[in-house]
Each structure stands twice: as C-alpha cells, then as structure tokens.
Design a protein around this ligand. Structure first.
Ligand code: DP6
Length: 357
C-alpha cells in the first residue's frame, strides 16, 4: 500500500459544498540534482535543494462537486491548453487512487512572479502550490487538524505532478529521496534543518545568459538517463554528494559546500553531453561566467559558487554578509547576460496560505 492510501486510510471522503483555497509556493533550485526517474515519478537518486524567496507561484483553486472530472485553468491571466491538459492528467491520476477526484469541477487560477524563460523552474512552484491546495482540500474534507503530515501529503501530491515540486512545499532546504543516514524517502520530500547557522541565509543572482526556451524538457532529460552508460555511476555519486553536502552544511564548511554544488552542476551537464543524442546546453557566455567565478574565488577566497539547471543560465550563490564584496563582481558579469538581465533571489521561508477575499 503506498503512502497516499496509508495517509488517507479508507476514509469515506466526499465533497458536499464547493471549497476554495489559495496557496503561494516557491520555486527551488537543486544543489544536488535529481536527474533520472523510474516507476511513478520516483527518483533514481536523492536530491537536496533550497526554496527561492522571490520566484513563486500563487494558485487559487475552487473545487466543486460534479458528475465527472473537469479542469479549467487560467494561467498568467490566459488560457493555456497544454498546461491544462497536463493538470487534467495529474488530477485523473489522483482519481485512479481515490474516487474523490473523479467527481469534481476544478477551477484553477495561477500566476508566477517570474517570467517563463527566466531559468527558474516554474513547474516546481506551480505544482507545489496546486498540491498544497489539494492537501488543504483533503484536510478540509476529512476535518483533519493541521499537522506535519499536511506538508508530507502536499509533497507527495506535488511529486506526482513534477519530481522537483516535491521539494517546493517547504522553505529553506529540502531533501527528497532515500539516503542511508536520514529518514528521507523517495515518495515525498522533507525539510532539512540540521545545518550550521552560516547557511541560514543564501543569495542567488540568476544570470540570464539566454532567455530563449532552451531547457531540455524534463521528460526527455530524465528518459535519456535510462540508456546512459554512465547512469549508475552518476546515481552513486549523487548518493555520496547528498551525504557529503549534509556533512559540509552541518560543519559550516562553506568551501566544501560550494565544491560539491559546482561538481553536481557540471556532472549533470556531462550526463547530457554523453547522452544519445547528446545535448550541449551551455552557451559561450555560460562558460565565460564559470571561468570568471573560478578566477574570482581564487583571487578573493570568498565563499561563492554556482549551480546551473538544464539550460545556459547560471545561479551565482553567495552569502548576504559578503554582498558588498560580491556585488561589483556580479555587475562585471552583467555584460554576459542577455540584455544585461540578472534576477536577484535567495533562500526563502517557504509556502504561504493566502486568505480568500
Ligand atoms: C535538473 O522535476 O522538472 O531541475 O519530475 O519530470 O517533472 P519531472 O522533472 P523535473 O526535473 C528537475 C531536474 C533538475 C534538477 C532538480 O531540480 O533536482
């Protein structure tokens, strides 16, 4: 029996009256990356991420009893048929587990604070905000009091929509996937709290090398790992890197922390380069920025580092307390960004339930 059924038990839940709920959830950026999945959205390795402060999605959902499942979507003030179909599949998937979702009209209004092509994963914050609404619905329908299980349930639902979204139902740092030392597991993420206070703040300057849609789709990216000859080595390294980064964060070892983060970013890109067919997602300016960060670190010995998702844009990570010293360097990097575009973000406190007006 899976986690979802365990949680809901055999509760005879039904929706008699319409229920409206509104959540804001953050996007997140992985420091140790999830890349490769199996079964029903289960990760091939554990990952660790932090939630962003500024890049969020706010979603308001009205659930009403209906003869069948019907999903309507207004995304960024417009209809979006592709995303609506994806969400309909998501809710139909929930309906396979419990009849509850088979008889519902679901009216979704969702907006992001960041542009689609900003190099920030919008599916993570979107699906997390939707999953939090679903979790609220379940708690409402079963008259359950708020508890920690609420976020685990939301993370579980979010994962079914998009793996990385499972980590976006929490603030600060999250771990998703089984590791040998924590009680983490593959079905839902949990918050990681056991770090040195040095990590209580972290800034992220997102250097937009290109705002063209050049991310490899997750569907393609994860599936090429299934036939990648280096996949098993990668999964093993990621296992080790999660344990190493936890250790570095516990000890407040900033240099080791950034060494792991950078190695992770490049290893995932290496996996894409050795895929068949290969994918090279770096632009010349991505490499220029990476090299300049390396020089800057050697010159200043400041604890900074970078991570890169499945595209050309670079997340320059640093601590607020070094802001004055790092800002002139960030300005120097602006020339390598498309239209000089940089998004300033950082570690966020997590999702918020909004009042219904
Ligand atoms: C490179 O979560 O977008 O950002 O589960 O298919 O929706 P799906 O994939 P997705 O993959 C994210 C991959 C990544 C690394 C990470 O966030 O861990």
């Amino acid at each position: 029996m899976n986690f979802y059924l365990n949680t809901l038990g055999e509760l005879p839940i039904s929706l008699e009256e319409p229920f409206t709920v509104n959540w804001t959830a953050p996007s997140n950026i992985a420091l140790v990356k999830y890349w490769g999945k199996h079964g029903k959205q289960l990760p091939c390795n554990p990952s660790l991420s932090f939630s962003l402060r500024e890049s969020t999605t706010t979603t308001r959902i009205s659930f009403s009893p209906n003869k069948s499942l019907k999903v309507a979507l207004n995304f960024q003030g417009q209809e979006n048929e592709k995303f609506r179909e994806r969400l309909e599949r998501f809710f139909a998937g929930l309906g396979e587990v419990t009849h509850f979702f088979r008889h519902m009209e679901i009216d979704i209004e969702s907006t992001n604070t960041f542009p689609h092509s900003a190099g920030v994963a919008s599916s993570a914050s979107s699906l997390a905000s939707i999953a939090l609404c679903v979790s609220s619905l379940i708690y409402h329908a079963t008259e359950k009091e708020m508890d920690d299980g609420f976020y685990r349930l939301a993370s579980y639902f979010a994962r079914l929509g998009s793996g990385s979204a499972s980590r976006s139902v929490y603030g600060r740092y999250s771990i998703w996937g089984h590791t040998s030392i924590l009680s983490s597991n593959d079905e839902y993420a949990m918050e990681f709290k056991d770090y040195d206070p040095l990590f209580a703040e972290l800034s992220d300057a997102i250097l937009i090398v290109s705002d063209r849609e050049k991310r490899i789709s997750s569907t393609v990216g994860h599936s090429v790992m299934n036939v990648n000859p280096y996949a098993d080595t990668r999964y093993l390294n990621a296992q080790k890197n999660v344990l190493k980064i936890i250790d570095a964060m516990k000890k407040g070892d900033l240099l080791r922390f950034f060494a792991i983060v950078e190695q992770e970013a490049l290893e995932v890109h290496a996996m894409m380069m050795v895929a068949n067919p290969p994918h090279l997602l770096f632009e010349p300016n991505t490499i220029e920025i990476i090299n300049r960060i390396k020089e800057f670190k050697e010159r200043t010995a400041l604890p900074v580092g970078y991570t890169i998702d499945t595209g050309p844009n670079v997340h320059l990570l640093y601590f607020d307390r070094d802001k004055e010293k790092v800002m002139p360097f960030i300005e120097e990097l602006r020339q390598f960004c498309q239209g000089g575009k940089i998004i300033f973000d950082g570690l966020g406190v997590g999702p918020v339930r909004n009042r219904i007006e």
